[in-house]
Design a protein around this ligand. Structure first.
Ligand code: NAD
Length: 283
């Protein structure tokens, strides 16, 4: 039997419409228009496309946006100074520094300069610590999008065996906390896991966030499981996930495609986070 396909584009559109309605309601109730500031260093074409898409999404959601574009040779000190100034600027609710920066800049130093109250990517130590401690804060967009997709698919998280393959700060680690917070039994698998297939086959919820095309096949999937594929890998055959979709779709109960699964959720959750930050600052 073929799995239900989880349509990330449709869920993303729903979230963005919900955020747009909430922005209107917030402003009608006397709130200010939320504003996102983006910062891009250098001329990487893909990064330019990502940032342009974020601005389009802001406009559609009724969120204001400002963009700072800096030349590739910008010093780390100048970038940190700009990020700190945005943190102090009362007219800015969210700060997004498009990563990765050029090689001469330490991304961790830039992230550390972001005002945690405006850290809409959820990357600062403050927000990571709040999430790990099960306390409210700004949650990284991609893992937040994974939870949104699971809820939309009707997958029960409480009590489920959840296996996350990958333990990056951007995706795997925050997901551990988010799924634990929803009372799943969580296993984090990674490159040193001994029996990856055996571990994955226990999962009612299997999340792949690795960056290796087709790493997980039908043999990794428990029949009926929900499979969420975070991987985005450019191959000669186009964009591929970390899951061998054609094989896994025959075993899973529900599965995200690549593209069109987790990918579109990240921008939607960025809009949601910008509104959360604006409301928190207004209080
Ligand atoms: P990363 O490189 O920071 O981390 C990869 C993780 O996978 C590591 O923890 C490593 O231990 C684990 N790993 C590597 N090889 C493995 C193996 N053979 N078996 C088991 N585990 C292994 O990657 P990341 O930033 O978390 O990104 C992962 C993937 O998700 C990438 O394809 C990336 O493009 C994609 N991604 C998508 C979005 C989105 O949809 N918007 C956002 C972020 C990342």
């Amino acid at each position: 039997m073929s799995a239900k396909i989880i349509d990330g584009k449709a869920v993303s559109a729903e979230v963005r419409e919900r955020v747009a309605a909430e922005v209107t309601e917030f402003i009608a109730g006397g709130g200010h228009q939320p504003v996102l500031a983006t910062v891009l260093v250098g001329d990487d074409p893909a990064s330019h496309v990502y940032v342009a898409n974020k601005h389009k999404a802001c406009e559609a959601a009724g969120i204001g946006s400002v963009h700072h574009e800096l030349p590739a040779e910008t010093s780390q000190a100048d970038l940190v100074a700009l990020v700190k100034a945005l943190g102090d600027d009362d007219g800015i609710d969210g700060i997004l520094v498009q990563l990765p920066p050029p090689d001469h800049i330490d991304a961790d130093a830039v992230i550390a300069a972001i005002n945690p109250a405006k850290d809409v990517d959820g990357l600062t130590a403050t927000n990571a610590g709040l999430l790990a401690g099960g306390r409210p804060g700004l949650v990284p967009c991609t893992p937040a999008g994974v939870i949104e997709l699971l809820d939309h698919a009707g997958t029960e998280i409480e009590g489920a065996e959840a296996v996350i393959v990958g333990r990056s700060n951007l995706v795997g680690r925050p997901l551990i906390s988010l799924l634990l917070g929803r009372n799943a039994t969580v296993t984090a698998a990674h490159s040193r896991t001994r029996d990856l297939e055996g571990v994955c086959r226990r999962a009612d919820i299997l999340v792949a966030a690795v960056g290796v095309p087709g790493l997980l096949g039908a043999e990794h999937v428990k029949p009926g499981a929900t499979v969420i594929d975070v991987g985005i890998n450019r191959t000669d055959d186009g964009l591929k996930g970390d899951v061998d979709f054609e094989a896994a779709v025959e075993v899973a109960g529900a599965i995200t495609p690549v593209p069109g699964g987790v990918g579109p959720m990240t921008i939607a959750m960025l809009m949601a986070n910008t509104l959360i930050a604006a409301k928190a600052r207004a209080r």
